[in-house]
Design a protein around this ligand. Sequence first.
Ligand code: HEM
Length: 384
Amino acid sequence: MREWSATMRVTEPVWFDEQNESWRIFRYADHIRVQNDYATFSSAPAPHENNEAANSIIAMDPPRHRQLRSLVTPAFSARSIAQLAPRIEEITQELLQPLLVQGQMDVVAQLAVPLPIIVIADMLGFPHENWPLIKQWTDALLSDSSLGQEESSQDLEMPLTQEQVMILYEKMAHTIDERRRHPRQDILSLLLTAEVDGEHLSDDDLYAFFITLLVAGNVTTTQLIGNAFLCFDQHPDAWQQLRQDPSLAPVAIEEILRCLPPNRGTGGARTIIGGRVATTDVQLGDQLIRKGQVVKVTTISANFDEAQFPDPLRFDIRRNPNRHLSFGHGIHFCLGAPLARLEAKIVLENLLRLLPEWRRYKDVPLRQVRSNIVFGVRNLPITF
Ligand code: HEM
């Protein structure tokens, strides 16, 4: 993939993918152009597209996008998120402590999956004891072909039954009802009292927001944490560097995001991550994109663009500046970036403190997530 996109950046940086009937762009500068020009490259579903995600801010254009996103921006600002550090530390400890005596663990299943779900459920005010169900639900939502996952729900590790979906919807309805009567200091209460153009959010908007936040933040952060282990497994020297200077953790996380972006950025469902629809005929490089055509970004290619990153193939945990596009760019820049960064930082700090000598357990083969949106592994056993 890296070699192919390096060639594409030179030979066909704006390329029509016949099979998926969409444009794919490979150069960093073109990503910036597309993501900045939201009037020409719209995030909203085109009329012929499946409209399932239309109520989510990720698939909206201004002014509605701005109105809705601004309701939750304060809750996700770097400052608000920093205040969650003690709680995230506590959850990390609760997950890690029982495993420490065992000398082995699966970092994906036992840490990287539950941590982000519990954190976001807490923030939303949704009972986090349901995290395994939320995980199954997220997988099932992402397995929907309209959301771009290649595996069908039958392939999922723990397929979700209709009954479980009902349970989740009931729990969500119950939580919303309860919060309507007794608001608290959580995002749900904030959304319930919020007004846009003098009106409260409709139930559809409310559910869509809730689900977006619950889902957008968990698989991606899981993959970021898993990918951190993958990177250090491949680059033990970098792990030693980090051990010598743990203050490098935040910079190292950016390099992990650059080299192994949790989102490939080529989603089958362009409305979910990274895809746009041209609202008018537009020239991009030497290609003419026609009104209504889909344009997909290829994050993994932009992040290795030699025009932006010196020596792009080098994994350098001191790389600075590092303006990778793994959280997107422009008005849809990932709302949860400060949260994902903080969770990854706390995990790395705990690892440095508690398991500095971890090793990947190589007898068990890694299983890739089979998705054209998400990049990462489903399991990562380590010993320590
Ligand atoms: C948007 C990646 C974690 C919530 C995005 C976008 C990307 C992205 C690439 C832009 C999509 C586009 O332009 O179409 C990631 C990665 C994460 C992560 C790689 C983890 C490493 C989170 C977390 C949350 C979150 C923890 C928290 C709830 C969102 C939301 C949007 C978004 C709500 C839509 C923003 C908008 O449309 O204005 N994310 N994300 N993400 N992300 Fe994240």
